[in-house]
Design a protein around this ligand. Structure first.
Ligand code: PEP
Ligand code: MN
Length: 358
């Protein structure tokens, strides 16, 4: 399962929550003919606020067993405690996943890992809600250390304070770095929890495939608007069939010589530009140090909020004229500004040590 380098993505689909036996069976019956690989449904639902639908718990497990028998689909649920692992295994659940609110807590992950010892069940580990790669890696290690051989990662986006069109900011650089560090780990994208709405599901799924993800997890419901949880982001089986039908699966590489040569030329140009950027950044940092020395001599503090605002405003305008998004401009300049401050601080410290010792 979750074959690396498969010719098509591994598809997981099903409702956010198992609401009733009829609902679960109805979605599964419509998804089975579409050729999905795994049916998902939440049985224990970690909800942000109390009072929301928290799942049917163990009572829903026989419904999933019925899905298996009647449709032949393999089934997956989320587990968050040792007891939930035991219950799931007792009912023959084929794949377990650890939710984003659980991955953040090493005690919970360890408890699940200990409960999994000796069980031969594949486990998917969602990214933690906060953008912390180490916590994600740590959870993967804990589950692997318990002897679980088939482990995969699910990218479901990260909580962020700033408003964006996403419910959970994708921060693609985090899963990309996970992939660099664990190249053989299957990586799937939960486009539903990243988007939080129906409109952008295809776009996010396509982006994931273009980053060589191995599969997708998507929430599908027979009557999405009436769903007891995550109504806004769920789609009908028909909508799902439409989405997967539109996905373009590109290859990671080719032996077409022309293509490879042209790609090489373009990459060479990019390397040159990167070098130019580094030279410019080095020049900018030398200027920052000059300013640091000058401020030190005149007893002026490093951070000048008014000046920083001025730089940002000018940059947004200049960026816009050059088709650079304000999100990118802000991220880039913030990093440059932070490094400038570090350099100025270092210069000031040098100067003050020099004065006190001399
Ligand atoms: C879910 O898959 O329904 C879920 C609760 O997801 P997450 O853990 O990503 O929030
Ligand atoms: Mn959900």
């Amino acid at each position: 399962m979750f074959h690396k380098h498969a010719s098509r993505p591994y598809l997981i689909a099903g409702p956010c929550s198992a609401e009733t036996e009829e609902q679960v069976l109805s979605v599964a019956r419509e998804l089975a003919p579409l050729g999905i690989d795994l049916f998902r449904a939440g049985v224990w639902k970690p909800r942000t606020r109390p009072g929301a639908f928290e799942g049917n718990g163990a009572a829903a497990l026989p419904w999933l067993r019925r899905v298996k028998v009647e449709t032949g689909l393999r089934v997956a649920i989320e587990v968050a405690t040792a007891n939930q692992v035991y219950e799931a295994l007792k009912f023959g659940i084929d794949v377990l996943w650890i939710g984003a609110r659980t991955t953040v807590n090493p005690f919970s992950v360890q408890e699940i890992a200990d409960a999994l010892r000796g069980a031969d069940v594949p486990v998917l580990i969602k990214n933690p809600v906060n953008p912390d790669l180490e916590l994600w890696v740590g959870a993967i290690e804990r589950i692997r250390n318990a002897g679980v051989a088939r482990v995969g990662a699910v990218h479901r986006g990260f909580s962020s304070y700033s408003k964006s069109k996403f419910r959970n900011a994708p921060y693609w650089e985090i899963p990309v770095e996970l992939r660099r560090r664990m190249p053989e780990l299957p990586l799937l994208c939960d486009n539903s929890h990243i988007c939080g709405n129906r409109d952008d599901l295809l776009e996010v799924a396509q982006q994931a495939l273009d980053l060589n993800y191995d599969g997708l997890m998507t929430e599908v419901h027979n009557a999405p608007d009436q769903a007891w949880s995550d109504a806004k982001q769920q789609i009908t089986p028909l909508g799902y069939s439409d989405m997967t039908g539109r996905l373009i699966v590109r290859r990671e590489t080719t032996d077409n010589v022309d293509f490879l040569e042209n790609l090489e030329i373009l990459r060479h140009k990019i390397d040159e530009v990167d070098l130019e950027l580094f030279n410019l950044l080095a020049r900018r940092m030398r200027l920052a140090e000059d300013i640091g020395r000058y401020k030190r001599r005149n007893n002026i503090s490093i951070l000048q909020t008014a000046r920083w605002n001025e730089i940002l405003e000018k940059a947004f305008k200049q960026g816009q004229e050059r088709h650079l998004s304000s999100e990118f401009v802000e991220k880039f300049l913030s990093a440059v500004h932070q490094e400038s401050i570090t350099r100025q601080h270092a210069v000031m410290m040098q100067a003050s040590t020099a004065t006190s010792s001399g």
